[in-house]
Design a protein around this ligand. Structure first.
Ligand SMILES: O=P(O)(O)OC[C@H]1O[C@H](OP(=O)(O)OP(=O)(O)O)[C@H](O)[C@@H]1O
Ligand SMILES: Nc1ncnc2[nH]cnc12
Length: 178
């Protein structure tokens, strides 16, 4: 089954980038064509009926899955990036990570008011990254109610936090006990 193929392709690194963190590395999924393809197929199958206008992917690993999914769904792709990476006029939003804080930015002209947006990232932990991404989209007038991930760490509670922010998440595989 393709979900198991994907889960088996994820590598776990203990104590990276800090002691106590079990790092779930999605780059080993990308290295395996059938697992990478299965990710895009499952994300497409789950979201194809919603008729989104844009896919937003968050730096850096959200780009790896968001851009090929946008091509599959026949819609545009918008990158949300770390500060000072986007060249045109941006808006910014701060957020907390499982292991630190950071800031994200989006081009002001990337979302049109009323655009239906699907957010894509590799992994859902606290949900902070996706909530900050949703805040950016909503500040530009976009409608965002769905987010798709390859990996979820359910014990950290991101899915509930996203639901409280009005976002339903779809995760291909779960790693419990993190
Ligand atoms: O649900 P959260 O607690 O917000 O954590 C998930 C986020 O953390 C990781 O990115 P990271 O910030 O490490 O950035 P990178 O992809 O640029 O390495 C991951 O790719 C998600 O974007
Ligand atoms: N445990 C984890 N593994 C990989 N990426 C992450 N981003 C936040 N937490 C993570």
């Amino acid at each position: 089954m393709s979900k198991e193929l994907i889960k088996d392709a994820v590598t776990t690194i203990v104590d990276y980038p800090k002691p106590g963190i079990l790092f779930r590395d999605v780059t080993s999924v990308l290295q395996q064509h059938d697992a990478f393809q299965a990710c895009i197929d499952l994300l497409k199958e789950h979201h194809v009926e919603h008729q989104f206008d844009k896919i937003v992917g968050t730096e850096a690993r959200g780009f790896l899955f968001g851009a090929p999914l946008a091509l599959e769904l026949g819609v545009g792709f918008v990158p949300v990036r770390k500060p000072k990476k986007l060249p045109r006029e941006v808006i910014s939003e701060s957020y907390e990570l499982e292991y630190g804080t950071d800031e994200l930015e989006i081009h002001k002209d990337a979302i049109n008011p009323g655009d239906k947006v699907l957010m894509i990232d590799d992994l859902l932990a606290t949900g902070g990254t996706m909530i900050a991404t949703a805040n950016l989209i909503r500040r530009l007038g976009g409608i965002v109610e769905y987010a798709g991930f390859i990996i979820s760490l359910p014990d950290i509670g991101g899915e509930k936090r996203l639901l409280e922010a009005g976002i339903t998440s779809y995760c291909i595989c779960e790693f419990e006990g993190d």
